[in-house]
Design a binder for this molecule. Structure first.
Ligand code: 4NP
Length: 156
């Protein structure tokens, strides 16, 4: 099983959006028994809460399930459990690099690093921008590239 964890700050806007989109893509490609998906936040603030209404609205628009998803904070254990920890921006990177010990078995990268010539280097936070459409567009595009990357790399 290949395990992928998406990480943002609050785990209510961007990383649950990525989790739901990615899981949907994985299921559509018949890879649900090969790739497991989760998300977490660097902050504890929203622990136990469902995705933000803006994220839910975009996922509803595309009929992508977020059933049962609730926010949680990332922990050291995640660095032993997951093969890929995929962050949304430089702040997430700084936070996890300063708080956790990296293990050799995990690849830690920003989501938009998987896109050639990306429009942005960091996924804008719609909690502040209010623009869930643009964030969805960027996350969706990058998730397609991340899935291609993993399928190719692991020959699945
Ligand atoms: P996220 O966005 O990191 O994409 O989930 C945020 C959610 C909540 C807060 C900040 C960013 N907050 O300050 O509560």
């Amino acid at each position: 099983m290949i395990r992928v964890l998406f990480v943002c700050l609050g785990n209510i806007c961007r990383s649950p959006m990525a989790e739901a989109i990615y899981r949907n893509m994985v299921q559509n490609k018949g890879l649900a028994d090969k790739i497991e998906v989760d998300s977490a936040g660097t902050a504890l603030w929203h622990s136990g809460k469902p995705p933000h209404k803006g994220t839910r609205a975009k996922l509803d628009e595309y009929k992508i399930s977020y059933e049962g998803m609730t926010a949680r904070q990332i922990s050291q254990e995640d660095f032993n459990t997951f093969d890929y920890i995929i962050t949304m921006d430089d702040d997430n990177m700084k936070n996890i690099e300063s708080e956790f010990e990296m293990s050799d078995s995990v690849t830690v990268k920003k989501l938009l690093e998987f896109v050639d010539n990306p429009r942005e280097l960091n996924v804008p936070d719609p909690y502040y921008t209010g623009d869930f459409d643009y964030t969805y567009e960027l996350v969706h595009e990058a998730c397609e590239h991340l899935l291609e990357y993993i399928v190719h790399k692991h020959q699945i």
